[in-house]
Design a protein around this ligand. Structure first.
Ligand SMILES: [Zn+2]
Length: 82
């Protein structure tokens, strides 16, 4: 079974590239996580953790994407492909 939150790094819907894509963190951050946010290695999505939160963020287009619902859609589509 594949869980939607296991979906790996994805391409930005705008640039179709993973080159500028970083993970999104939510909730309260550890010190280490704070450092990574400041270093631009991860994007801070806010303190509210919702179920359909986006998992990825394109630093070029400043857009988060790859929410759970989107991932679920893809899993369903893949499961129905053959
Ligand atoms: Zn992009």
């Amino acid at each position: 079974m594949i869980f939607p939150w296991d979906v790996r790094r994805k391409s930005c819907p705008h640039c179709q590239s993973e080159a500028h894509v970083i993970p999104v963190l939510y909730g309260s951050l550890s010190r280490r996580a704070e450092k990574e946010v400041k270093a631009g290695k991860v994007h801070y999505g806010g303190s509210v953790v919702s179920l359909d939160r986006d998992q990825w963020y394109c630093t070029l287009h400043h857009q988060a994407f790859g929410g759970v619902s989107e991932a679920l859609d893809e899993q369903v589509a893949a499961a129905n492909a053959d």
